[in-house]
Design a protein around this ligand. Structure first.
Ligand code: HDD
Length: 716
């Protein structure tokens, strides 16, 4: 696939960024004041062996800048990666919203998207078991619109007042700062065991959604219910969705832990390389729209962020495409300094009264003040709106804009009254008028009290292998909890979702289910427990196909990484033919050999390995091809290479990947665990299979044979 940079550059935001972008090519070194530097090797000294002089302004400038070049990392979502792209509207939503970027069919809006993990620090691994952030900044002609989303459609808590507690619990423990980027520890599960409202999100967090194969293979959800307002002022509730064109796929937990060691930048690298190779990441953008009058039609509250709207009840209407097609030029200037805020709105979209969303509206600007250091953070190039900014705000640290004139107040006569307020018909934002009556209370709605029915819905909707992974995740996490009472309380919570699940987990973590007490919810001391006890309730929708990754798109091998294992004597014709077929469909072929030395093929042509058997492992690949050729196969089994070759194959087998044995590679097959397989396995392909190349391609597109995991892990 060719890299279509012309498409990537046709973008108003990128044009704006150009004005702030420099390139040192063919330029002389200067100080920050533009003074050309003659000697960047030695400081100014009193004699060659003497002390440095305070006068050395060049040394001081350089060291001072260096001393201050770190800023506080994000309090959550510190680890992330971003890219530029466009959002193209394919179906107008003008009957629901007057937002211009959602009204005009075919309209393209520049975007910057930042993906992230939540708990870890900036330098932590991409493969932590965690929620992923999916934050989208739309640079619309009406100002920036931010959809600060996650890859899971619900959240842990119902009210923002619990957010600091949740994050303190999941972050490394404060006495010893252990563990990094992990929820498998006492404080997280202590909190969760006392927060029944978290249990739906816990089901998602323990599912494979928390260990994605790629940022490009995850969904995005706005989580909250928002409001659309059209030209007539009519209101609809809306939920936002991004669905990846490549399908939703994950890695196995064992792989995740190994990738964290072999390549902790796995997701960052994957996104970067895919874009560099022209394999632009794409998502369908969809909405679930609910008329205002249907607000109370469901068996859950639309304002409760621990609930999703099942797609069986309200289908997702696909209305646009999000494409990421350009990597940033500078990580810090763009990805680190971008500042999202759910309160960055455009006319036609408004908030609902979801109490989690309401609290977020305070937090995001506030955090930018400490992270980016000034109320002028909107002037940092990546944060600038493409619509020009005119107001009477002035001064502050690092102010960039030079506003002419004497007037910075309103009303004024000296400035001709400018800048004027905008009429609604001219695009002025007016909050949706809503009647709000009520007593001032610190309380939660009774309609938020059901905590388990959608957790049941999620668990019921999972395929067999997905359930198994979820169980194993709970067992892994809870086995790291050192306090038995916490483990017991979590099992008590699980019992409300599924008794078998609770019993299975209990057995593995040393909890006696027969002795369990009722779970203790975080109920205020003065509340009547009867009114706050989550009811034993079944969801109206019993099972939803959209919640299982089994039902995702499996028709593409685009950008899948296929390891070709070879040694001297490899059959060049077979390698070249398969490589061409895979690359034609967008896959990436990488050659692995015993060492990085050039491999000489049977016809004397050469292959240059990208990796050696010891520099990488199977966990970094989607599928393996044991390249044809008896001499290559023998060389892969020599004393030096055999351990690496067999480990590679056995590990890929264990992780349910497609493995293709080329001609005359029986030696490798026989030495591996696959020789003992006693079951049909569509993802183990031999050159003797009919249409073996095509069978391999189908197996890669299917991602993994998770349904054979038990057999593959018990080969003998
Ligand atoms: Fe948040 C960052 C998503 C609840 C407070 N959040 C942040 C980012 C994402 C989300 C994707 C990273 C943005 C980036 O890449 O820069 N947050 C969510 C979602 C939530 C949510 C989907 C629930 C539905 N967040 C939430 C609450 C609060 C915050 C309830 C506080 C009351 N979030 C923040 C923050 C962060 C943030 C502290 C850290 C860095 C930043 O904002 O810019 O303000």
């Amino acid at each position: 696939m060719e890299n279509d940079n012309s498409r990537a550059n046709d973008n108003t935001k990128l044009e704006q960024l150009q004005d702030h972008t420099t390139d040192t090519t063919d330029n002389l070194l200067t100080t920050n004041q533009g003074l050309k530097i003659h000697n960047n090797q030695d400081s100014l000294k009193a004699g060659e062996r003497g002390p440095s002089l305070l006068e050395d302004f060049i040394l001081r400038e350089k060291i001072t800048h260096f001393d201050h070049e770190r800023i506080p990392e994000r309090i959550v979502h510190a680890r992330g990666s971003g890219a530029h792209g466009t959002f193209k509207l394919t179906k107008s939503l003008s009957k629901y919203t007057k937002a211009k970027f959602l009204s005009e069919e075919g309209k393209e809006t520049p975007v910057f998207v930042r993906f992230s993990t939540v708990a870890g620090s900036r330098g932590s691994t991409d493969l932590a078991r965690d929620v992923r952030g999916f934050a989208v900044k739309f640079y619309t002609e009406e100002g920036n619109y931010d959809l600060v989303a996650n890859n899971m459609p619900v959240f842990f808590i119902q009210d923002a007042i619990k957010f600091p507690d949740l994050i303190h619990a999941v972050k490394p423990e404060p006495d010893n700062e252990i563990p990094q980027a992990a929820s498998a520890h006492d404080t997280f599960w202590d909190f969760i065991s006392l927060m029944p409202e978290s249990m739906h999100m816990i089901m998602w967090l323990m599912s494979d959604r928390a260990i994605p194969r790629s940022y490009r293979m995850m969904e995005g959800f706005g989580v909250h219910t928002f409001k659309f307002i059209n030209d007539e002022g009519k209101v609809h509730f809306v939920k936002f969705h991004f669905k990846p064109k490549l399908g939703v796929h994950s890695v196995a937990w064992d792989e995740a832990t190994k990738i964290s060691g072999k390549d902790p930048d796995f997701h960052r690298r994957d996104l970067w390389e895919a874009i560099e190779n022209g394999a632009f990441a794409e998502w369908d953008f969809g909405v679930q729209v609910i008329p205002e009058e249907d607000e109370h039609k469901y068996d859950f509250d639309l304002l409760d962020p621990t609930k999703l709207v099942p797609e069986e009840e309200v289908p997702v209407e696909l209305v646009g495409t999000l494409t990421l097609n350009r990597n940033p030029d500078n990580f810090f200037a763009e990805t680190e300094q971008i500042a999202f805020h759910p309160g960055h709105l455009v006319p036609g979209i408004d908030f609902s009264n979801d109490p989690l969303l309401q609290g977020r509206l305070f937090s995001y600007t506030d955090t930018q003040l400490s992270r980016l250091g000034s109320p002028n953070f909107h002037e940092i190039p990546i944060n600038r709106s493409i619509n020009t900014v005119h107001n009477n705000q002035r001064d502050g640290h690092m102010r960039q804009q030079i506003v002419k004139g004497k007037v910075s107040y309103e009303p004024n006569s000296m400035g001709g009254g400018c800048p004027f307020q905008a009429m609604v018909k001219d695009g002025g934002f007016a909050s949706q008028e809503e009647r709000v009556d009520g007593k001032k209370v610190r309380a939660r709605s009774q309609s938020f009290v059901d905590h388990y029915s959608q957790a049941k819905l999620f668990y019921n909707s999972q395929s067999g292998p997905e359930k198994k992974h979820l169980q194993n995740a709970l067992i892994f996490e809870l086995s790291k909890v050192t306090i038995p009472a916490i483990r017991e309380r979590v099992v008590g919570q699980l019992a409300f979702i599924n008794k078998d699940l609770a019993a299975l987990v209990a057995k593995k973590i040393g909890v006696d289910v027969t002795k369990l007490k009722q779970p203790n919810g975080s109920i205020p001391a003065d509340a009547d427990p009867k009114t706050l006890q989550s009811p034993e309730k079944e969801p109206l929708t019993k099972s939803s196909d959209a919640l299982s990754m089994k039902n995702t798109v499996k028709d593409s091998i685009e950008s899948r990484v296929i390891g070709f294992i070879m040694e001297d004597g490899v059959n060049a014709a077979d390698v070249n033919s398969l490589k061409a077929k895979l690359e034609k469909q967008g896959a990436v072929v990488q050659i692995i050999a015993g060492s990085l030395s050039t491999v000489t093929a049977d016809d004397r042509s050469n292959f240059i390995p990208k990796h050696s058997l010891t520099s990488i492992s199977s966990v970094c690949f989607d599928a393996l091809y044991l390249c044809s050729g008896k001499r290559s196969s023998d060389n892969l089994l020599n004393e030096d290479n055999k351990p690496g070759t067999i480990h590679f194959v056995n590990e890929a087998y264990k992780h349910c990947k497609a493995i293709y044995f080329g001609k005359e590679t029986d030696g490798v097959l026989k030495a591996s665990n696959i020789a003992n397989k006693k079951h049909e396995d569509p993802a183990i392909i031999s050159s003797e299979n009919k249409k073996s190349d095509e069978a391999f391609i189908t197996a890669i597109a299917n991602h993994r044979v998770w349904e054979l995991e038990t057999e593959r892990n018990n080969p003998a």
